[in-house]
Ligand binder design. Structure first.
Ligand SMILES: CC(C)(COP(=O)(O)OP(=O)(O)OC[C@H]1O[C@@H](n2cnc3c(N)ncnc32)[C@H](O)[C@@H]1OP(=O)(O)O)[C@@H](O)C(=O)NCCC(=O)NCCS
Length: 160
């Protein structure tokens, strides 16, 4: 049986864990779906994590389950009403997308008590857009980023 997921705030990660998360973020199968698709240096990554200590509008977590590091979730633009989410899976794990999505939805509505969650996904990213739709997100808009179409999705608390 699966244990419940454990969230570790980026600011509490060990250096080894920070390096591991960076290697996922720079993995070609992950960075190609990010707005910033350039390699991030260790220096930039460590400075970014340090900057999170003084931010109340952003939270990044390493997600563990059964002692395995399964992925990263992030919550940004956090207000009392809504926030934006992002996620990526450990590239060597398969089938953890549903778990990460469940964790981020439960955290947003159950812990931060927002009314609405926003997400943006490249329309070519069929795996991620399928995942969002499966968890109740609906498309509310479209836009262009880096010359590619982006789907703007949202999930209201009452619709989950
Ligand atoms: C998005 C991501 C977290 C999903 O994690 P995952 O472990 O690969 O996901 P899962 O294997 O749990 O699959 C999620 C769903 O997508 C489906 N899926 C898999 N490949 C698919 C494809 N090519 N097209 C459509 N759906 C697909 C799976 O069948 C599954 O649906 P199901 O639960 O109904 O069977 C992961 O692929 C990832 O980190 N991608 C790179 C970063 C990213 O794109 N993040 C989102 C940016 S908005």
């Amino acid at each position: 049986m699966r244990d419940s997921a454990v969230l570790i705030d980026f600011i509490d990660l060990t250096l080894k864990e920070k390096e591991k998360v960076l290697s996922w973020r720079n993995h070609p199968d992950i960075k190609k779906w990010m707005y910033n698709d350039k390699d991030i240096t260790l220096k930039e990554h460590l400075e970014f994590i340090e900057s999170l200590k003084s931010r109340v509008d952003k939270r990044y977590f390493l997600v563990q389950q059964n002692d395995e590091d399964i992925g990263v979730i992030d919550l940004t633009n956090i207000t009392s009403d809504d926030l934006e989410i992002g996620l990526y899976a450990n590239p060597s794990q398969r089938g953890v997308g549903n778990i990460l999505m469940r964790v981020i939805i439960d955290y947003s509505f159950g812990k931060l008590h927002v009314k609405k969650i926003f997400a943006e996904v490249f329309s070519e990213n069929s795996k991620a857009s399928h995942l969002y739709q499966k968890h109740g997100f609906s498309q509310v808009n479209k836009k262009n980023m880096n010359g590619k179409e982006v789907l703007c999705m949202e999930l209201k608390n009452e619709n989950r």
